[in-house]
Unconditional design. Structure first.
Length: 708
């Protein structure tokens, strides 16, 4: 008995010395530890595993993450420090953070003396979570403890074996880091929706499952081996583990095939997602989403509701909301949108809050992403509140205002490529007759054609003309504009005769409705002149352009874009009518004016330079034409991109004049590469592809017959 008392005294003395050191280091507050608390120690034979680790713990598709957690802890253990290693598992609700942490703890149970699970969503309850452990460790002393957190820290500091603490569902780092032990042979896992944690901690983002793993979960839990339908269900649920587990369990419990589940899901998504329980999780997807959504500030909810109508990935929320409030927003959400537009700090705070809550991922200063399933739940919520149409319509109006109207430069192209997926998505959420939807569809069709899909643009515009005539009437200026766009792409797909005839009718209609001097009338006369020339009536085209250039200058001014466009067309058809030297000189005179008015990087400024090169060659100086083309091609590739329609056209001209200048092998090589790019971008049957192929065949023949 005396030996036992002596050992206890020595142990308590060592513990007291350690605690005093921790107090002096600032790790433990001295006033919070009474004499009874100071004596609590963890015996070597003591083992404690939280009851929260019991039950279903199998995880599918997470072997890589489990290995990564283990490797991080293993590296930390080899470092010469008594500081516990910390890992943060972060991700959206339902992605499986808790299951992953539980699986790691269960699979590594033999490595730890203590594994303790702490429900950390509410910081106020954490002391009681530690008290439960102390009551197991030392029931008599635990009842005297007034600060169970620091008492547990002291015990952890002197523990003879390793311990693992799992803090589940922590909201964020604010106010939480002080609740972590800083000394002792332990490991700490934190699960949270927030990704904002100290950089010195290991942070692991837990994302949705891979598709093959999602299918495995569904088929296993539902007892249905219909792999094709499991793929469909996984796609609809965005591979979210909680939703997949619910779906599989629901199907099994209700003796329902996955095919029946997906039909029911499409009929009533909210009700289905509220039903069924995952084997290792008490809540449902809808409960988790509702809890997270209810905690949001009004501005964060507004951003989330705004994003709900766009494509869930890579939403350029800041770019779209920079559009001004005169973009057609109206109705009950006007005030909310105006605040986000006019207060960029509020917008950034809202995005940061959503990122912390796990409802979206803020990738950069420009874009955010929302999980597909949460995205759908947000729309369902808005439908239930009666605000769906207001949010969808106003989001579409702001998106339309952000979409570039002209193919001016690479910046406009890049902007459109960022916004195009969202335009395609949101028109699916709007009524067919909605005017904003119609205008977005026009913008989509125009860019589709410019980017090389001429036939698709033509088909889109054919449908749009019918819709516009029904909604706006045949004489509406917007309807006439859509008819004009359709005529352009009819010509672009190989029917210049029909294009010319349509433009003739449209010009007549515009002169009757808007007047001969209206800008839209003058712009449409430009298209009429172009397609007249493309039919081979070059003198008529030249005369139409000459008349248009004079009228546009008189009505709109010498430097108006319509006047400049008319001068571009006039110079071309002067050359086509047999006067290449005059065409060359007209382009040379026009170039500095256009660069001053529209900018040297404007698409049409580059086009004028290419035309100057072409007509320089036609005027008899092929070598100078090659030199001019080489320079403008470099600028086209830099400003417009290598795959743009104008860059490809410039490459065609350069290859042509290389051949004319005698560099036949070079011409053949350039046309061969151009044909490949046309096929890749526009398809084998596109007229530009066929034109380049004819040139390739021509220079190949010349090269083959050239004397050796």
């Amino acid at each position: 008995m005396e030996d036992q008392n002596r050992e206890t005294k020595v142990l308590n003395t060592a513990t007291a010395n350690l605690i005093n050191n921790l107090v002096q280091a600032g790790h433990i507050d001295n006033v919070n530890l009474n004499e009874e608390t100071r004596g609590i120690t963890i015996p070597e034979s003591f083992l404690a595993i939280s009851r929260h680790l019991s039950g279903f713990t199998e995880v599918v598709g997470r072997a890589g993450l489990l290995s990564r957690i283990d490797a991080n802890f293993d590296r930390s253990r080899r470092e010469p420090t008594a500081t516990p290693a910390i890992q943060v598992l972060h991700g959206i609700s339902g992605v499986g953070k808790t299951s992953l942490a539980r699986a790691f703890a269960r699979s590594h149970a033999t490595q730890y003396q203590i594994i303790w699970w702490i429900h950390a969503e509410n910081l106020v309850t954490i002391p009681n979570e530690f008290r439960k452990l102390l009551e197991i460790l030392s029931p008599d002393q635990a009842r005297w403890i007034t600060d169970p957190i620091h008492a547990a820290f002291a015990a952890f500091a002197s523990a003879p074996g390793r311990w693992l603490l799992l803090f589940d569902n922590v909201v964020d780092a604010y106010g939480f880091t002080s609740l972590l032990p800083t000394v002792g042979p332990g490991d700490i896992i934190i699960t949270t929706r927030s990704g904002e944690w100290p950089r010195s901690w290991h942070r692991i983002e837990v994302t949705s499952l891979k598709r093959e793993d999602s299918v495995e979960v569904l088929m296993s839990l539902s007892n249905d081996d219909d792999r094709a339908t499991a793929e469909t269900v996984a796609e609809e649920l965005g591979d979210l583990p909680l939703a997949l587990a619910q779906a599989g369990a629901f199907s099994s419990a209700h003796r329902m095939a996955l095919r029946e589940y997906i039909d029911l899901y499409h009929q009533n998504r909210l009700a289905v997602l509220a039903s069924g329980r995952a084997p290792d999780y008490d809540g449902s997807v809808t409960v988790a989403w509702n809890l997270a959504h209810e905690r949001l500030s009004p501005s964060a909810k507004d951003v989330f509701d705004f994003c709900a109508w766009l494509t869930p990935d890579d939403i350029p929320v800041f770019e779209i909301l920079r559009a001004n409030v005169d973009s057609g927003i109206h109705g009950p959400v006007t005030e909310a949108l105006e605040q986000l537009i006019h207060d960029p700090l509020m917008l950034r705070k809202a995005c940061a809050e959503l990122d912390r809550s796990g409802l979206l991922s803020w990738h950069s200063a420009l874009t955010v992403s929302v999980h597909r399933l949460l995205h759908a739940l947000a729309r369902d919520h808005l439908e239930s509140t009666g605000l769906a149409s207001a949010w969808a319509g106003n989001t579409a109006a702001l998106l339309l205002a952000a979409c570039p109207t002209a193919f001016a430069d690479r910046e406009a192209i890049d902007t459109w490529l960022r916004l195009e997926p969202h335009a395609l998505t949101i028109v699916g959420h709007l009524p067919t007759d909605d005017i904003t939807s119609l205008r977005l569809r026009v913008r989509i069709a125009a860019w589709t054609g410019y980017l090389g899909a001429d036939a698709t643009a033509k088909a889109m515009l054919t449908d749009l003309v019918i819709d516009y005539q029904r909604v706006r009437g045949g004489d509406d200026p917007e309807t006439l504009g859509v008819r004009s766009n359709l005529a352009w792409w009819i010509g672009g797909t190989g029917d210049p005769h029909d294009a010319r005839d349509r433009y003739a009718v449209i010009v007549t209609d515009l002169e009757r409705i808007s007047g001969p001097d209206h800008p839209q009338t003058l712009q449409t006369r430009d298209s009429l002149a172009k397609w007249t020339g493309e039919l081979g009536e070059v003198v008529s085209a030249r005369n139409l352009y000459a008349s248009l250039a004079e009228d546009a200058a008189q009505v709109l001014g010498d430097e108006h874009v319509t006047t400049l466009q008319a001068r571009i067309g006039l110079a071309r058809w002067v050359g086509e009518a047999g006067d290449p030297a005059s065409a060359r000189d007209m382009y040379a005179d026009l170039l500095p004016v256009h660069e001053r008015v529209m900018g040297a990087r404007h698409k049409d400024s580059l086009y004028i330079r290419a035309c100057l090169a072409w007509w320089t060659g036609e005027a008899g100086d092929a070598r100078s034409a090659c030199s001019l083309y080489a320079v403008v091609l470099t600028d086209c590739e830099d400003i417009l991109g290598k795959d743009s329609r104008d860059t490809l056209g410039t490459r065609h001209g350069w290859a042509h004049w290389l051949g004319q200048a005698g560099d036949i092998a070079e011409a053949k090589a350039h046309f061969a590469a151009l044909v490949e790019d046309h096929i890749r971008i526009k398809g084998v049957d596109h007229q530009d592809t066929r034109h380049a192929q004819r040139e390739l065949d021509r220079w190949s023949t010349v090269l083959d017959t050239e004397p050796r």
